[in-house]
Ligand binder design. Structure first.
Ligand SMILES: *Cc1c(COP(=O)(O)O)cnc(C)c1O
Length: 430
């Protein structure tokens, strides 16, 4: 009996040890990753991704893929993109050494990649500018988009005003109520915001409606999808438009520290700001990469949006990936304090790097997020978007475990102005 018990205790101790190891040592990949080999021509990242759409959408998707490949090879396209990212969006963004936050944590040096400094308040404008230039080259006159919290809708409305496109943004009726200010912003910039009354009346339903519109109007309409999600070529294209984040960060950290960071952290909704920061570092296997999902009220069915905590492989809105679904394949309800992370599927490229263990995934709960939201505001005078605060909440726990000569880079994907009203309610401020 006692032999069995001590054996069990030994096993448990080994388990604990393994868990600690997973938290403190970089995971090496079995085989080197050639990031430019993905996806394949049909949009596959290993078993993930692809083009799971109705036949009527195959034609516009092929047209888009071809136009995108042609544009990528055209120096004029790249020039216009670089010009717009600089003059309109405000790139490059700073890589900011958060000295007071570093002292507060008492461990690794913390740098923040300041995507919150961009025009319209988040990284999303990178992708919108890229797709708008592409739509112009394709001769499209009309742009449609989906939006959840309204950040992607605002960025889309801005580029449509700038380029003179007609703009329709689909938004769940529930989200329209929650984000009335962003609805007004979009309308002010000339967009038509169409409320969606189907289903849960949130993001997933808005995506369905946008796809329906695109099927009918694809001749003169381009669909600007807002994350590294959906059918090929979107996950690849959206990633490419955001990889400038990591390219800048690499240059900047080498300039500041003369070496690469030990660890990088980004929040993961669909996955665009995260892959945008990480892509340039995928082959640098000594740099640990951690994506942080929404832990919501905790990892219980319907209470969170952490796809790698209980999600299963399936197909949703054009792509094969990890999805929160029940045993019948019905999409589960999700919850997060931040609307931008509140989605049942994750971008297919993340599913691939998850399996390869090149990117590790963690989660932060709403409570952790509301604490970190106040910490950054108080200590650095920077109010972060609640989405980005998930990465920050993880960093606040992680930095003290690291040595003082180690370096941590956190993606501050957006600013928190849009969230202050909600924060007032959550923090019980009158
Ligand atoms: C939309 C949004 C996100 C989540 O989207 P990803 O595609 O996962 O990056 C994260 N941060 C901010 C500030 C956002 O607006």
């Amino acid at each position: 009996m006692s032999v069995v018990r001590s054996f069990l205790i030994a096993i448990r101790a080994l388990g604990d040890f393994a868990e600690k190891m997973a938290l403190t040592t970089p995971q090496q990949t079995a085989t080197p990753i050639d990031r430019y080999s993905l996806p394949d021509a049909a949009g596959h990242f290993g078993q993930y991704g692809g083009m799971y759409v109705p036949e009527t959408l195959m034609t516009p998707l092929f047209e888009l893929t071809k136009a995108y490949e042609k544009a990528q090879a055209d120096p004029k396209f790249r020039e216009e993109l670089a010009f717009m990212l600089k003059q309109y969006a405000g790139r490059p963004t700073e890589l900011y050494f958060a000295e007071r936050l570093t002292e507060h944590c008492g461990g690794a040096k913390i740098y923040l990649k300041r995507e919150d400094g961009l025009h319209t308040g988040a990284h999303k404008i990178n992708n919108c500018i890229g797709q708008a230039i592409l739509a112009k080259r394709m001769g499209k006159k009309r742009i449609i988009a989906e939006t959840g919290a309204g950040q992607h809708g605002v960025a889309t409305a801005a580029v449509c005003a700038k380029f003179g496109f007609e703009c329709v943004v689909y938004m769940g009726a529930v989200d329209m109520e929650r984000q009335a200010l962003n609805v007004f912003r979009m309308r002010l910039m000339g967009a038509e915001v169409r409320g969606v009354e189907a289903g849960q009346r949130t993001l997933k339903d808005a995506v369905n409606e946008a796809m329906r519109d695109w099927v009918t109007n694809c001749r003169d309409t381009h669909y600007i999808l807002g994350s590294a999600l959906g059918s090929h070529p979107y996950p690849m294209m959206v990633r490419d438009f955001h990889k400038v984040i990591g390219e800048e960060a690499k240059r900047q950290i080498l300039e500041a520290e003369g070496r690469l960071p030990d660890e990088m952290i980004a929040c993961v909704g669909g996955g665009s700001n995260c892959i945008g920061l990480f892509f340039e570092f995928l082959e640098d296997v000594d740099v640990r990469l951690v994506g942080v999902e929404a832990g919501g009220h905790g990892i219980e069915q319907g209470q969170h949006a952490a796809r790698f905590e209980g999600g299963k492989v399936g197909v949703l809105q054009g792509s094969k990936t990890f999805i929160l679904q029940n045993s019948d394949g019905q999409i589960e309800l999700t919850h997060s304090v931040s609307a931008g992370l509140d989605y049942a599927a994750i971008g297919p490229e993340h599913a691939f790097y998850h399996d390869r263990k090149r990117i590790e995934y963690a989660y932060a709960t709403d409570d952790d997020v509301m604490k970190a939201f106040q910490v950054l505001s108080r200590i650095e005078g920077i109010i972060p978007a609640l989405e980005s605060t998930h990465a920050l909440a993880y960093a606040l726990k992680r930095a003290p475990q690291m040595d003082k000569d180690q370096i941590l880079v956190v993606n501050l994907s957006g600013r928190g102005d849009k969230d202050v009203q909600q924060a007032m309610k959550l923090l019980g401020v009158e």
